[in-house]
Design a binder for this molecule. Structure first.
Ligand code: C2E
Ligand code: MG
Ligand code: MG
Ligand code: MG
Length: 279
């Protein structure tokens, strides 16, 4: 345990731990304190139907509002939260918050919540989804859960059972970041996903790389044949949107429409079709 050296600093920097381990330990302490201090908030980014141009859902994205460091992106703390198990508490916070917020939105607007593989494997998942829906009064049909293919890597019975249980509750399941991992087509056969989210990396190179275009075309066409909605992530300009429209991609999400904003910004994002400026 670190000891104060009298000048208000801590001595564990001298104990031989390497710099990375020290930074990690500090971040972990900070994360635990942040949960106590209520420094986390859920932001929302609109997802639009490409054909009608209407907002159909919002994706809930976790933010850490750090008193000194400002808003911190989840990519900087989720891996550690997963290693330490804190992701379970954080995940419940997002799920409850997102369901409660969505219950105040118009009935035809859904909410998408990201699930960590750690959270997905937790024996409490079904109970916590059930509790979040019950507490908010949100219909299960308005909740989409986003998982990445790493959840499916083991392709265990337990994974499929959980997916089917969620589906039986009426919740929809999206496959997030499609195209970045192993992207085995057998995943699409092992479970009937409701939605495929095409990773931002393919969208950002749409206009400049023909292979990205070909991949998008293949995925949207696959989605159409399988009856799965396709959502393009990270749409930043009209040229990309036009190409996606031409390929029949179902939905689009990205800075072109809006950056993620706090719950208080949802009404404005519904009102104005495009809200590019940062919050
Ligand atoms: P994701 O689920 O793929 O979410 C999309 C990410 O792309 C978000 O980053 C979003 O802000 C960003 N994005 C959206 N449109 C654009 C665009 O046009 N251009 C660019 N450059 N970026 C765009 P964010 O919020 O930093 O989240 C990063 C990742 O962290 C998420 O990727 C997701 O994997 C994870 N994450 C976020 N919130 C949660 C959460 O509540 N629980 C879990 N387990 N993971 C979360
Ligand atoms: Mg996501
Ligand atoms: Mg994604
Ligand atoms: Mg992504």
């Amino acid at each position: 345990r670190a000891k104060a050296d009298g000048r208000g600093t801590y001595r564990f920097f001298e104990t031989g731990m390497d710099a990375r381990a020290q930074a990690r330990r500090l971040l972990e302490m900070d994360l635990r304190a942040a949960l106590q201090r209520d420094e986390f908030e859920v932001h929302y980014q609109p997802i639009r139907d490409v054909a009608s141009d209407r907002v159909v859902a919002f994706e809930a994205l976790l933010r850490w509002n750090h008193p000194q460091r400002g808003l911190i992106s989840p990519v900087n703390f989720i891996p550690l939260a997963e290693e330490t198990g804190l992701i379970i508490q954080l995940g419940e916070f997002v799920l409850r918050g997102a369901c409660a917020d969505a219950a105040t939105w118009p009935d035809d607007i859904d909410v998408a919540v990201n699930l960590s593989p750690v959270q997905f494997k937790s024996p409490n998942l079904i109970a916590s989804v059930t509790a979040a829906l019950a507490a908010s009064g949100l219909s299960a049909r308005r909740l989409e859960l986003e998982i990445t293919e790493s959840v499916l890597l083991q392709n265990s019975e337990a994974t499929l059972t959980t997916l089917h249980e969620l589906r039986a509750m009426g919740v929809r399941i999206s496959l997030d970041d499609f195209g970045t991992g192993y992207s085995s087509l057998s995943y699409l056969r092992s479970f009937p996903f409701d939605k495929i989210k095409i990773d931002r990396s393919f969208v950002s190179e749409l206009a400049t790389r023909e292979d990205s275009m070909a991949i998008i075309r293949a995925v949207t066409s696959l989605g159409r044949s399988l009856g799965i909605v396709t959502t393009a992530e990270g749409v930043e300009n009209d040229a990309q949107l036009e190409l996606l429209r031409r390929e029949g991609c179902t939905q689009a999400q990205g800075y072109l429409f809006s950056k993620p904003r706090p719950a208080s910004g949802v009404a404005l994002m519904l009102e104005r079709p495009r809200l590019r400026a940062t919050a």
